[in-house]
Design a binder for this molecule. Structure first.
Ligand SMILES: *Cc1c(COP(=O)(O)O)cnc(C)c1O
Length: 420
């Protein structure tokens, strides 16, 4: 039990009884600790960290980060609305989006900031004649994502204005009378200080082309170590050279730039565990595998099926039993009728089964999947096989467990259906 991050066996029993499984359980202490670490990011002049809320957008989580003093990075106009409903002021929200709908103009008037992510978005917001200053998101031409699918910079990425279109973007803003006050780059998950330094240099060179810019946002992408062999980002190590570059820039140009960063993963990933129950066991002969089947799967956590992402998995029998369970290689699968519903793929290769050494699982054991705070509950194959959306629970600082999102009911699952 000692290797569970923040849950005791009593917690697990209470969760099963009160909320049923599968349930996501977030830990308030961990969320607040990650926020404090983020707020301590080295910076030379002004600084605002924003929470990339697509990682986990539940109101109770947003409220915790709001109370810690973080701003919001929203990825859609819907997220903007969600942040406002959860209590964020419009002025603390910034939108960087692939899809810019007409009704954003009202939010923009109310003070929500925007980083325009394409030449067409410049046209669009220019034609609205709002008179508000804007930010521009550039693709600086390089990226450092953990996998091809999490790489969000470079020629294979559609995010942001391509670096070669900088003059076009500048001319368009001038034509529309748009003041550019922020430059934004976000290039994907990375922990290498050299990459951050390189991106900061590239981004500062973009800022040079826009004399009215006072804020540079370097995005998120701070990698966390879910598994023992992964490297976590040391924010101090990454931030110090960036701080030095901002100081050099100020000395050279007289411009003291504010810094923004917008982590999602770093703030939320370790702060949640999925509590599930072993439903069944299948053994496919001596040439095959021992499969542990859960009451959860791609309907709760899609990252392994999508990227071959690795998450710690714990088999938790009743206390006293664990010593009687031999450690053996087992494949953990989800409850969907889909062979890709696999929780133990090979790293980076979602198509290959990779048996993991775990205590021999039996029906009714708890199975806990760790580090599911980011891009799990918010990015599922929701309602596939008509499984209802799982509940979300918060372990509060005082140790009590509180429901923060109810399990979806069967009526909710079918409520939008119409039979003509
Ligand atoms: C998703 C996203 C982030 C957060 O990325 P993480 O890897 O979770 O830190 C930050 N900024 C933008 C624009 C994003 O789309």
């Amino acid at each position: 039990m000692s290797d569970l991050k923040f849950l005791s066996y009593d917690d697990l029993v209470q969760i099963r009884m009160e909320f049923a499984t599968p349930s996501y359980v977030y830990d308030e202490k961990s969320l607040r600790a990650a926020a404090k670490q983020t707020l301590a990011f080295p910076h030379a002049f002004g600084f605002l960290p924003r929470y990339a809320m697509k990682a986990a957008p539940t109101a109770a989580i947003l409220r915790i980060f709001n109370s810690e003093g973080l701003g919001i990075d929203a990825s859609s106009v819907h997220e903007v609305e969600r942040a406002i409903r959860a209590g964020f002021g419009t002025e603390s929200i910034s939108l960087s989006t692939q899809e810019l709908p007409e009704d954003f103009r009202f939010w923009a008037k109310d003070g929500v900031k925007i980083n325009l992510c394409s030449l067409n978005q410049i046209h669009k917001i220019g034609s609205w004649k709002l008179g508000e200053p804007v930010g521009l998101r550039f693709n600086p031409g390089t990226g450092s994502g953990g996998t091809k699918r999490t790489n969000v910079g470079g020629p294979s990425s559609s995010f942001g204005i391509w670096k070669g279109d900088l003059q076009k973007a500048r001319d368009l803003c001038k034509d529309y009378g748009l003041t550019v006050e922020r430059i934004h780059t976000h290039i994907g998950s990375g922990s290498d200080p050299e990459v951050w330094k390189k991106v900061a240099v590239m981004s500062l060179n973009i800022v040079r082309e826009f004399p009215s810019v006072h804020t540079l946002n370097l995005g998120g992408g701070f990698k966390v170590a879910r598994m023992p062999d992964e490297t976590a980002t040391d924010l101090q190590e990454v931030g110090e050279p960036v701080k030095a570059l901002f100081k050099d820039f100020a000395e050279e140009t007289g411009r003291e730039l504010s810094l923004e960063i917008e982590p999602g993963t770093f703030l939320a990933a370790h702060a949640c565990s999925l509590v599930s129950t072993v439903q069944d066991i299948t053994v496919t002969g001596s040439e095959g595998y021992r499969f542990i089947k859960l009451d959860a799967g791609m309907t709760e956590i899609l990252r392994p099926s999508l990227y071959g992402a690795q998450h710690p998995i714990h088999i938790v029998p009743e206390p006293g039993q664990i010593d009687r369970r031999e450690i053996c290689p087992q494949v953990v699968v989800g409850h969907c009728c889909e062979s890709g519903d696999l929780l133990t793929p090979a790293p980076g290769d979602p198509e290959t089964l990779s048996p993991r050494l775990l205590p021999r699982g039996e029906v009714d054991d708890f199975c806990i999947i760790d580090s599911v705070g980011a891009y799990c509950s918010s990015m599922t194959a929701k309602n596939y096989n008509s499984f209802p959306e799982a509940a979300e629970v918060l372990k509060k600082e005082d140790g009590n467990l509180a429901l923060i999102r109810k399990r979806q009911t069967f009526d909710q699952l079918v409520e939008n259906e119409v039979v003509p």
